[in-house]
Design a protein around this ligand. Structure first.
Ligand code: 5GP
Ligand code: ZN
Length: 113
């Protein structure tokens, strides 16, 4: 088992509140939600971030975004939602395992930085 937090969550070694799971992707609630809905969508295999997306794993990454749409529908976010992925130190990425934040349930601000 790698020392990666989200690899451990994907393996079920560290518990999470799952909202969607299939063979390759897991979605679970963020431990420190910044909106009424704040879900993290991750590939179960370790990809460190957006900078590591390649032609080889692009289908899996696309599936992560498909799951983001499924989660948004499940959560009733018909008024809209935001999908964010922080990559690297300047973006304040704190967990180096690719994840997409799905945020919604209130009017979000336009602030991007
Ligand atoms: P980042 O800052 O890398 O874009 O996002 C990491 C996210 O993971 C943060 O929003 C943080 O609250 C969340 N997080 C950190 N540790 C845990 C954990 O143990 N469980 C869950 N569910 N979320 C976590
Ligand atoms: Zn990992």
């Amino acid at each position: 088992m790698s020392d990666c937090l989200f690899c451990k969550i994907a393996a079920g070694v560290i518990p999470s509140t799952k909202v969607y799971e299939d063979e390759t992707v897991l979605a679970f609630r963020d431990i420190a939600p910044m909106a009424p809905t704040h879900v993290l969508v991750i590939p179960k295999v370790h990809i460190s971030g957006v900078s590591e997306i390649t032609a080889e794993n692009a289908a899996l990454v696309g599936h992560c975004l498909e799951v983001a749409a499924i989660v948004a529908a499940q959560e009733g976010l018909e008024n809209g939602f935001r999908v964010v992925s922080n990559c690297g130190a300047d973006a304040c990425q704190t967990v180096n395992h690719l994840h997409f934040h799905v945020l919604g349930g209130r009017k979000l601000t336009l602030e991007m930085a």
